[in-house]
Write a protein that binds this ligand. Sequence first.
Ligand SMILES: Cc1cc2nc3c(=O)[nH]c(=O)nc-3n(C[C@H](O)[C@H](O)[C@H](O)COP(=O)(O)O)c2cc1C
Length: 486
Amino acid sequence: MPYNSRRPFSPVSFLPRCLHSPLFFSSQWVYVLELEACHLDQNLDTTTDYIDECKTDGLKLLRKAVGSRYIKIIPSTHRIQISDPNQIMAETPPSADNPTLFSPFKMGKFNLSHRVVLAPMTRCRALNSIPNQALVEYYRQRATAGGFLITEGTMISPTSAGFPHVPGIFNQEQVEAWKKVVDAVHEKGAVIFCQLWHVGRASHQVYQPNGVAPISSTSKPISKKWRILMPDGTHAQYPNPRPLATHEIPEVVEDYRLAAVNAIEAGFDGIEIHGAHGYLLDQFMKDGINNRTDEYGGSLANRCKFLLKVVKSIATAIGADKVGVRISPAIDHLDAMDSDPRSLGLEVIEGLNKLQVELGSKLTYIHVTQPRYTAYGQTEAGSHGSEEEVAELMKIWRRAFMGTFVCSGGYNRELGIEAVAKGDADLVAYGRLFISNPDLVLRLKVNAPLNRYVRASFYTHDPVVGYTDYPSLEKGNGNLERLSRM
Ligand SMILES: Cc1cc2nc3c(=O)[nH]c(=O)nc-3n(C[C@H](O)[C@H](O)[C@H](O)COP(=O)(O)O)c2cc1C
């Protein structure tokens, strides 16, 4: 197979990218593979140094991906020959890739330069629900060229808040304010998605317009085991929610859709639907909460219907390729227990896979939280099994989803590196470590010490303290000692 390309070649930056594309895009994969082989061919002809470089950086990866028997270097010319791309596609699983946490990844149409993601985190700094200069600075600090950030949970409507000073994306003032955050992140070359959030029953009358009861799938309140953070910093019991009437659900779907449209107007590259952690959509999915008898209760399919309607409505409005979905089937945060997390996860994933086929376009990703995050082993029913069992569930869901898989929840440097290297995830979202390490990507890459996070300032409102004053490596570690003592 002769290759005559005369385009410049960088074995490190080009070749790994071609090997990340899953079988789903098999024809493109072959194309890119051929293209990269062109570069190899051209440059292998030039100097011995280059041949060595190609051999180490390029051929090694190519061999791993397609198998040595398909690749041959023609002696005397040093040309590379790939025997049969069709056979390669048939026989080479995508896991033959050799990615690392720090290697590039093509997430749909976004070319990411590494796989360390900022997890969505509520920080309560958007006074009166309007993103301000503090948010601009916070997200700017955490942006890297080719990095991927997910914003904190953002209110889709006036009824959706359950924390003080959470930003919204349902009116024009909020949209205009978000533009400054998005611009700052884009200036640094990062991709940013807005997380769309409705807390459902995880709210209180103080956060509701006219002091009404918060909405949910049920009239059961969150148990006394959990306490809600009030606007004055105290904690209170969660109140009784009002179950949504069947005819009201399409109205909430519409709130999600409008919020997504607003997010795109604000310049976001996409949105993430928060279907996790015991909030509204999860309150419908989990059989430990949802006790409805209408078409949104009972069977797995019925319980997942609300989420899937939201996904479809948003994907139709802004494009599936701008939509990520977060779920946490095995997490019991805010009493969100399910008797069969495995099947629940698979039901959602199969629904999303079908939707991708129906829409003729892939979603950007699925983001799954694993319960290492919530004090593992403290579930009341103890029904979630061992950490190994949950890790196995993550693998099952990862294999089932036809697209990019983002994992999060208790990942440190080693676990993140391992998750990507083993093919258990494409991207790893970091939460708490990113709070205290604005330059987390660099620190993980060079294996630098990490600042400790200060839990006490997670949800306070100071625009600087515990928010944008964590030191980066360049600024020196003067603050490290102070922070670690707090
Ligand atoms: C302060 C704080 C706020 C959070 N807020 C959100 C949120 O708004 N939306 C969300 O999906 N997850 C939220 N999470 C969960 C994180 O996205 C992440 O899954 C969790 O912190 C586990 O990852 P980690 O072990 O890397 O911290 C929050 C976590 C923390 C610590």
